[in-house]
Design a protein around this ligand. Sequence first.
Ligand code: HEM
Length: 493
Amino acid sequence: MIEVSLFQLFVIFIIILYIINRPRLGKNEPPLVPYTIPILGHTYDYLFNTKTFIKKCKEQYGECFSIYIFGDVVTVLSRDSLTEVFRNNNDFDMESAAKETLPLERLLPYSGNNVPFHVKTTREQVSGKLDINIDIAQKYLLKGIEKLIGDCNEPKVFYKTWNLVNFLIALPIANILVGEEAASHEDLVKALGDLAFDVGPLIIIPPILFFIHKKLHEIVITLPLKFGWNPVSRIRNIVMNRLRPVVEKRLKERKELGNYYKPYNDLWEYYMNLPNFDNTKPNNLHFHVDNLLAITFASISTTSRAAVDALYDLAGRPEVLNELYEEALIIDKECNGSITVPEIQKMVKLDSFVKESLRHGDTILSLPHYMISKSYTFSNGFRIPEGRKIMLYSIDMLKAKEYFGDDAEEFKPFRFLNRNSPATKVDRSYIVFGGGKHACPGRFFAISETKLFLHKIILKYKVSTESGKIEDKVFVGPFTSPSEGGLVFENRK
Ligand code: HEM
């Protein structure tokens, strides 16, 4: 009888894996960057040397090339071919690629992730009601800043400032989403603010199991859910507890006041008006709360990231801070400290600064999509087959000399001043909000809140980096995270 050792079994397994996963390229495909280690391919360089590796690939192979990572061929697109992804949304699908690493519909099982619904509510209720929402944002940003940063007669140093800024940004958003009564509870605001931080780490877990099978990673990261552990459960419970009495109160008011009922101005009121809102039905409240959590996920950490990056960018550049302080003072005087949408539009230097800060977000590869048509041929002649994953070489586009000039690599705070190029304007090169039909519908609110936040901070404090230098972002594979260095706040007066 032949005995087979564990080692032999392992070797057989590796050989099978090699044969199954061996990249097979069709005709006219973008070039596959050669690699030396079978199975592993470019995975190591992709994880630990992303910036230099991808840059070199582009220099050698052009704007459209493929790499072999986690047992799969992934096509990296830049410049013109990148733009084609936004223009051809019937051929490229982001949702299917995003849920491989962040299965939101499993984390929010009561509602799934109904993107068209969130796009509509963001357009109509968040960005579409900017006047009302900016009023709310102003009130709660001031409260939050007073409470969390407060009096800095003696300079105060904050570390890992993203957490602080995230709570400050979450406070107005919570008020806009669930109204003042529910958002007066700190545990609810904190829970909404925590959501992306609690589930976000799933995105950066390297999908090692992709080497064996694509589905395996999703099965393993969602395994705890099957045993009842869901990072969202804690958050959902807090939100449900705070919203239940609000629902009862509003339903009672509606009954008693009839036509005299004055609707609240929050997204929850909108949900309560939907024909499918019926809190007497089992899990109906869960359904609407999961919808609320989906929009929370899209809105808070993204906006706080923009705000904290801009704050670090500002703190490292005292001369820019002074110039923005002058602009802020003039606007503040004109409106007596009560900012409305027209004043936010007048903050043109700040707008350019925020846009430049977003341009320097430095994410290397972003927005993975699957190509879902039979095949797709780019204008440059390269063809990719159905099921091919693509990634956008975003840092390359955002630092392209063709679009941003010879000094594209530099941080020029007032680069966009007098150029009719506000921070919300999506075009072929400024892709921080994506592009085409799916471009972020929340950007009008996000930019306004970020500007308002910075405006209030600039008026109140001198902010500097503890190191006295411009702080660099932290690279995590193809992603970045804000610096964790100390930020010093000191009262202006
Ligand atoms: C600075 C803050 C933000 C950034 C950088 C950002 C970025 C993005 C990006 C890159 C996309 C994908 C676009 C594409 O597929 O082409 C997106 C989509 C989306 N964002 Fe934002 N976002 C921000 C704030 C917000 C806010 C505040 C909301 C809601 C209140 C929001 C709601 C959405 C929704 C609903 C989508 C899905 C759009 C679709 O698939 O059609 N975002 N965002």
